[in-house]
Design a protein around this ligand. Structure first.
Ligand SMILES: *[C@@H]1O[C@H](CO)[C@@H](O)[C@H](O)[C@H]1NC(C)=O
Ligand SMILES: *[C@@H]1O[C@H](CO)[C@@H](O)[C@H](O)[C@H]1NC(C)=O
Ligand SMILES: *[C@@H]1O[C@H](CO)[C@@H](O)[C@H](O)[C@H]1NC(C)=O
Ligand SMILES: *[C@@H]1O[C@H](CO)[C@@H](O)[C@H](O)[C@H]1NC(C)=O
Ligand SMILES: *[C@@H]1O[C@H](CO)[C@@H](O)[C@H](O)[C@H]1NC(C)=O
Ligand SMILES: *[C@@H]1O[C@H](CO)[C@@H](O)[C@H](O)[C@H]1NC(C)=O
Ligand SMILES: *[C@@H]1O[C@H](CO)[C@@H](O)[C@H](O)[C@H]1NC(C)=O
Ligand SMILES: *[C@@H]1O[C@H](CO)[C@@H](O)[C@H](O)[C@H]1NC(C)=O
Ligand SMILES: *[C@@H]1O[C@H](CO)[C@@H](O)[C@H](O)[C@H]1NC(C)=O
Ligand SMILES: *[C@@H]1O[C@H](CO)[C@@H](O)[C@H](O)[C@H]1NC(C)=O
Ligand SMILES: *[C@@H]1O[C@H](CO)[C@@H](O)[C@H](O)[C@H]1NC(C)=O
Ligand SMILES: CC(=O)N[C@H]1CO[C@H](CO)[C@@H](O)[C@@H]1O
Length: 567
């Protein structure tokens, strides 16, 4: 999860233009949708629903497990503080343990290993996988840090005979749990997408990379050591997880780096290492293996990666790497976009209507990208504020109430948006807030299901950050069960549609041509079907899958057909 939603100039421009328009056209700036706004949105969503077989990733992330995050499991961090203060009487200040790096550093290897082992053992178990399956998800994204591939902490020895010094616990500990997770995923017929969430030196400075670094230069790719180690770790991942490994391997995709933060990193460096990783990936991937190479968009605008890693645009790839001898299609690469609405002041001040319109426009722009690469919204949440305790970091406050600016060196000229309440348990939220969150979740589900290769919610669970917590949201009735059982944006035409809308509102409801999906629906089915026939799933796998759509889902390249249609 990113602590800021990147620089997407085009999107913001779009958002800005749109929110200006909408504020003029729909006279409401409130936290709640008025009837007119609801109608506009319902109309828009109606154009999404059709009898198309829904072919999309419906995923969930197991964040805060193999890479810990203070806001997901604050108790782990409180325990660490207590442990340190027990043997160090001068330690009574939380400021030194703010991420997994400092947790390991302060505790020392053995104590950190004990604490983390207990966490790995208990935070996610087989029953989570069973429930993920029962709840209808078809994919699990599992974040892991590069330090899992540390071989010997005394020698600072890593895979590929690299030496790199850091305090992290590794030596195969996380891999043991990952392998167990893969067995559970196989047992419950869930696909897995592995996500390298932490890079040597940190690729973004967010605490979820293992190492928080708000103010200084990032370490990743700043020297050859971090790059060599990254390539070694990728090599180990590809050796282990490509080519089916063995019959029970449920891995359908490997995301080589989560949220590399450009412009704090150089875009050219990131692109270059993506190419080197891809070349290695293809070198190690045997014929017949369909595992997808996944890149995060590095906070670049939608469309930025269209021509990269795309065999139809060799003029673009040649600037970085000659893939002349590599056989691949544009569909071998999937682009992962993350989207949150809470990490800038301007996002926090949006009305509910413009927040949802923003999602709709985001979906439309990703849709245009699908003719180049499949694209998933690989992180999103129910959050409409950044109030969850520690979501911006240990001892860091929220932008929403201004406390962020009291606890960091960042400044703002904006007055606070409001007072935080969503850091409280859901039963203490106002009805208005609950409605806003449920609508926001529905809007994202509807949009990402119809307009993208699919979605992955962040996160499966947390201790006390309910807006980011699927299980708590579901329990409180703020996440649809099943996923398309909408309360506010109904799929059956029973929504409160007023057919007599003013033309300005209709334009708003249909800012782009609405035809592409509906007109192509029959063709889409044909495309999927014919591409599916070409994909000879092994018999065992076929038996393991129940519905037609699930079979299709099993393979990411499903978008091939969508793309064929769109072209
Ligand atoms: C889907 O198809 C069924 C039967 O063909 C039809 O009754 C129903 O109205 C259709 N729904 C939509 C949203 O088109
Ligand atoms: C105890 O904590 C203090 C303050 O955090 C630190 O400076 C010191 O190095 C620690 N001592 C030991 C033995 O870890
Ligand atoms: C904790 O330590 C930091 C610096 O290490 C210091 O800025 C802060 O004031 C301390 N807080 C308390 C409560 O002692
Ligand atoms: C690993 O690296 C060390 C020095 O860094 C070297 O002495 C050793 O021969 C290397 N081992 C292998 C198997 O390459
Ligand atoms: C198959 O692969 C999984 C995941 O890598 C591993 O846990 C399991 O032990 C392997 N099984 C065999 C028989 O090698
Ligand atoms: C590569 O070629 C495409 C058209 O084939 C063009 O749109 C694009 O601008 C070119 N890019 C570069 C970097 O030359
Ligand atoms: C591609 O393969 C050929 C034959 O093996 C080799 O001569 C050539 O150098 C390779 N090209 C690149 C860019 O690796
Ligand atoms: C932030 O600091 C300002 C100035 O000291 C203070 O007025 C305000 O109450 C603080 N806000 C929060 C949320 O702590
Ligand atoms: C926060 O609450 C206080 C006290 O109820 C109130 O005076 C203030 O206006 C509120 N701030 C915002 C931004 O809503
Ligand atoms: C849809 O959700 C409602 C509550 O919002 C629930 O009563 C109903 O049973 C759900 N439908 C299905 C098919 O589960
Ligand atoms: C990968 O897809 C191809 C068709 O695109 C299919 O022939 C092959 O069996 C698939 N491999 C696996 C392991 O499913
Ligand atoms: C990075 C690199 O070496 N690019 C070269 C790839 O091949 C083309 C010609 O096919 C050269 O123009 C590039 O410089």
């Amino acid at each position: 999860m990113g602590v800021f939603d990147g620089k997407r100039p085009i999107l913001y421009l779009l958002w800005f233009a749109l929110s200006c328009l909408t504020r003029v056209a729909v006279a409401s700036n409130g936290a709640q949708l008025n009837d007119k706004e609801l109608n506009v949105l319902q109309k828009r969503f109606d154009s999404y629903y059709s009898n198309d077989t829904q072919i999309s990733v419906q995923g969930i992330t197991l964040g805060g497990w193999l890479v810990t995050e203070p806001y997901i499991t604050p108790s782990l961090y409180h325990k660490a503080i207590n442990m340190v203060s027990q043997y160090n009487s001068t330690y009574h200040n939380m400021s030194q343990i703010v991420d997994e790096y400092t947790l390991c550093q302060e505790l020392g290897y053995d104590k950190a290993k004990d604490l983390l082992s207990e966490h790995f053992d208990t935070w996610i178990t087989e029953s989570d996988f069973k429930q993920i399956k029962d709840d209808g998800f078809n994919l699990v994204r599992i974040p892991i840090g590069y330090w899992a591939w540390k071989l010997d902490h005394e020698e600072n020895l890593y895979v590929g005979n690299a030496t790199y010094e850091d305090p992290y616990v590794g030596e195969g500990l996380q891999l043991h749990y990952l392998n167990r997770a893969l067995e559970w995923a196989s047992k419950y017929e869930l696909n897995v997408w592995i996500d390298l969430h932490g890079a040597p030196g940190s690729q973004n400075g967010f605490d979820n990379s293992g190492q928080r670094n708000f103010y200084n230069k990032l370490g990743w790719l700043s020297d050859m050591d971090t790059k060599v180690l990254t390539l070694n770790v990728w090599g180990a991942m590809f050796d282990e997880y490509l080519n089916g490994g063995n019959s029970s391997n449920p891995i359908v995709g490997i995301e080589v780096m989560n949220e590399p933060l450009v412009p704090k990193l150089n875009i050219w460096d990131v692109t270059q290492v993506y190419y080197e990783g891809f070349d290695m990936f293809k070198e190690k991937q045997r014929k017949g293996d369909n595992t997808t190479f996944i890149i995060h968009d590095a906070f670049q605008s939608i469309g930025h990666w269209n021509m990269e890693l795309n065999p139809h645009f060799k003029n673009v790839s040649n600037r970085h790497f000659n893939l002349t001898n590599v056989s691949y299609s544009a569909q071998s690469v999937l682009v992962d976009h993350h989207h949150y609405e809470v990490f800038t002041d301007s996002q926090l001040q949006e009305s509910q209507f413009s927040r949802i319109m923003n999602i709709i426009n985001f979906g439309d722009s990703i849709n245009k990208e699908l003719q180049y690469h499949p694209a998933v919204v690989g992180e999103w949440s129910g959050a409409i504020t950044d109030c969850a305790t520690w979501v911006n970091g240990v001892n860091i406050g929220a932008r929403y109430d201004g406390s962020y600016y009291n606890t960091t060196a960042f400044e703002t000229s904006q007055p606070p948006s409001g007072n935080c309440t969503s850091n409280q348990p859901i039963d203490q939220w106002s009805d208005e807030y609950k409605i806003a969150v449920r609508q926001f979740v529905e809007a994202q589900l509807a949009t990402y299901s119809a307009k993208t290769t699919g979605w992955i919610f962040w996160n499966w669970k947390t201790e006390n950050a309910p807006e980011w917590d699927y299980l708590q949201l579901k329990e409180a009735g703020l996440f649809p069960v099943p996923f398309d059982n909408y309360t506010y944006f109904s799929t059956d035409g029973s929504g409160s549609i007023d057919s007599d809308f003013s033309s300005s509102l209709s334009t708003l409801a249909y800012p782009t041509s609405s035809g592409s999906r509906t007109t192509s629906s029959t063709a889409a089915k044909k495309g999927v079907a014919s591409s599916f026939r070409k994909i000879n799933l092994q018999d065992t796998e076929l038996r393991a899958l129940s519905g037609y759509w699930k079979m299709v889902l099993y393979l990411f390249p499903v978008c091939i057909s969508l793309v064929v249609v769109l072209l």
